[in-house]
Write a protein that binds this ligand. Structure first.
Ligand code: GCU
Length: 688
């Protein structure tokens, strides 16, 4: 039996590196094939030709479309058809020859990897696949990597997979071999942009704009051959931080000139930079509020500087008061992004894209979809997800995030057929059927989706080997948001373990599918959010954020728990939704139960739909959830011998930790509910 990954080695690491979903055996069907590539000279086509050669194929590359190939028998032809939609491709097999037609070099690259996923079938029979087109134009990963090791956050903020691929303790990594391999993984699933530094831009990272610009050039040189565009996170106060000016007021002419000049120099070094990513007036980051200016003033300042270079600004809407007085019951953090931005609709320049977190709070295991995503019809918007599992088990717990993302992308903001992903595909928060006469945005128009990356120097890339499926799943959903989590998982299993014992796939499915619901069952219940340990955000601390300035409260008392966000008696947040949601969320009866405590303060003895009290519901889900994790850990022992021993051991270790942590969550939450409610467990399970 083939052991997975045993033949793959990293060129730059001293040790072993798991090949993720690109093990060498995946390219086996290409071995000894003759491939005719008819495409102009281009770095991305060069990459494809190199890939073919490494796979053992004989590639004949004709850069002149009029040239005729030799009379060799051709197994695969690769050509370009600019009539296809950007980045798309078409695969077919006819008359004993497979053909890959790409719209452009990136289409060829993506088609090449898609062909590999077909395995041996790629060279058998007759078939034709429909044109595969990415649903969303900009498919981006945000790295929260620091150049210096941050005293609290480390090398990668919220990183759970070892150090940064890009930086090491104050320098750019000397050997960027891992970056090449990462880029290859991303390209194989269609990711086409990466931001290379943390959104919290400290003084050192600010110099990427100026004295460390050569680092950006180097990283861009490594990512470009894989069709990946580089973005820079910039500090809004860069003119001050770098010591050039005493102001960063977006309406100050000197500041405007500074950004224009600086950006010209950046583009002289990296002419195809995608643009800037900005976190402003958020969690201590500087922003336009300091000068009494709006976020449109702030974003447009940078947009103007980027415009001559076709660059865009991704401007984050994660703006809220993180120094709230917990005694102040009138402020609701969930309202903040909408309240700050909605009135600015139409005020942003064409090359500004607002990047909006999927929920109104902060990547919790369960939040409603942010109402802001569907509230700015005259503004370009981008959905932000988090692949790194900050609040979702930190890549120590099995947690298959596409299960949550599919719900988010499938949300129907108006209750009609229009789904959120369709808004992200056009890049504007208006229904495709909308009669608004606004012209389509001109500069680099099209949709966008971004997610915080989860990779690091770890030998499995992602800490938990199964967290690779989250990275894979993000990219696949960005390409095709109609894919189901189960289908994506099967693809991932098929590519990652191509020659595995047939018993492996069902086992993996059993452990990974449903893991989102399982994680939710033993952690913060029914959308209440934030019961994690402050700072680390790992493990339970039920009241950890209750009396803090962060605006993340559950308001538990002896009567009940949850946040009243109704229009009738609470913060009025439900009013930020279109109908039918505004009314559905408003009423305890119609509010989806998984979000009950997000929208309502509910009595412990409130009857849930199944007749149990809220307290009993929490007991049941937590005891059942913790028990289910123990069963999964036992199930995994069946994989011993079916996968590479290192992978087996890594997953086993993580499952042990998940069992411990799930039990801790269960014990703390159930005991907390019992102590507050006085309601005993019907089943007499231990409460402390
Ligand atoms: C979370 C996370 C921070 C991060 C922030 C952001 O709050 O804990 O580390 O900086 O999100 O999205 O900017």
């Amino acid at each position: 039996m083939a052991l997975i990954g045993s033949e793959d080695r990293s060129p730059d690491d001293t040790g072993w590196l798991h090949p993720a979903w690109l093990p060498r055996s995946l390219t086996a069907p290409l071995r000894a094939r003759t491939v005719l590539v008819v495409a102009p000279e281009h770095p991305v086509i060069r990459t494809v030709v190199d890939e073919l050669s490494h796979a053992g194929a004989k590639a004949i590359w004709l850069t002149d479309t009029d040239a005729t190939a030799s009379r060799a028998v051709i197994d695969l032809t690769i050509t370009i058809d600019p009539e296809l939609p950007p980045e798309s491709f078409r695969l077919a097999r006819h008359g004993g020859q497979t053909s890959l037609v790409g719209a452009d070099p990136k289409g060829v690259l993506y088609g090449h990897f898609h062909l590999l996923r077909r395995g041996r079938l790629a060279f058998q029979g007759q078939w034709r696949q429909p044109v595969s087109t990415p649903a969303i134009g900009l498919r981006m990963l945000d790295h929260w990597d620091n150049i210096d090791v941050h005293p609290v956050m480390g090398q990668v903020e919220r990183g759970y997979a070892g150090g940064s691929l890009f930086y090491d303790a104050g320098s750019l990594r000397w050997d960027l071999g891992r970056v090449d391999q990462y880029a290859r993984l991303l390209a194989s699933v269609g990711v086409n942009a990466v931001s290379i530094n943390n959104v919290n831009v400290h003084a050192t990272e600010t110099t990427l704009l100026t004295t460390r610009l050569d680092w950006v050039t180097r990283l861009a040189d490594h990512l470009r051959p894989w069709g990946i565009t580089v973005f820079l996170s910039v500090n809004f106060a860069a003119p001050i931080v770098l010591g050039d000016l005493d102001s960063c007021d977006p309406c100050d002419q000197r500041v405007r000139q500074w950004w224009a000049d600086t950006t010209d120099r950046v583009y002289a070094a990296v002419p195809d930079l995608g643009g800037y990513l900005v976190k402003a007036d958020s969690e201590g980051q500087p922003g336009p509020f300091a000068y009494g200016r709006s976020h449109a003033d702030g974003a447009n300042l940078l947009a103007r500087a980027l415009s001559p270079h076709q660059g865009v600004v991704l401007w984050r809407c994660f703006v809220y008061n993180h120094r709230q007085d917990w005694r102040d019951r009138s402020t609701d953090r969930a309202r903040a992004a909408f309240d700050h931005f909605v009135e600015l609709d139409g005020a942003f320049l064409d090359n500004v894209i607002l990047q909006i977190k999927h929920g109104p709070i902060d990547f919790q295991v369960r939040e409603p979809v942010s109402p802001l995503l569907a509230a700015m019809p005259r503004t370009r918007v981008c959905l932000e997800l988090q692949v790194t599992a900050e609040y979702t088990g930190q890549q120590r717990h099995v947690h298959y995030l596409p299960e949550a993302w599919q719900e988010i992308l499938g949300f129907r903001p108006w209750g009609d057929e229009t789904k959120l992903w369709q808004l992200m595909a056009i890049g504007q928060s208006q229904s495709p059927e909308s009669t608004t006469t606004e012209s389509p945005r001109s500069v680099r128009s099209g949709g966008a989706i971004a997610a915080v990356s989860n990779v690091g120097r770890d030998e499995f890339w992602t800490g938990h080997p199964f967290a690779q499926a989250n990275l894979y799943g993000f990219a696949r959903l960005a390409w095709d948001p109609t894919l189901t989590p189960a289908a994506i998982l099967d693809e991932w299993i098929g590519s990652t373990f191509p020659e595995a014992n047939p018993d492996l796939a069902p086992l993996l499915r059993q452990i990974i599918l449903g893991s989102r619901a399982l994680y939710e069952s033993y952690t913060a219940p029914n959308g209440v959010g934030f019961m994690v340990t402050p700072g680390s955000h790992y493990g339970p601390s039920v009241d950890g954020y209750e009396y803090s300035p962060w605006g993340t409260y559950h308001f538990a008392d002896r009567e009940g728990i949850g946040v009243d966000r109704t229009r009738a008696s609470g913060s009025g947040y439900t009013g930020q939704y279109h109908q039918p949601w505004a009314d559905l969320f408003e009423s305890v009866e119609t509010c989806p139960e998984e979000l009950l405590l997000f929208f309502h303060h509910v009595r412990w003895d409130h009857r849930m739909h199944d007749g149990d009290t809220l307290a009993q519901h929490i007991y049941n889900s937590h005891f059942d959830g913790a028990a289910a994790i123990h069963s999964l850990a036992r199930l995994w022992t069946q994989a011993d011998g079916l996968v590479e021993p290192r992978l087996y051991r890594r997953v086993a270790e993580r499952l042990d930790e998940q069992c411990r942590c799930a039990q801790e969550w269960c014990d703390q939450i159930t005991s907390y509910v019992w102590r507050h409610s006085g309601i005993p467990d019907d089943h007499g399970r231990p409460l402390y």
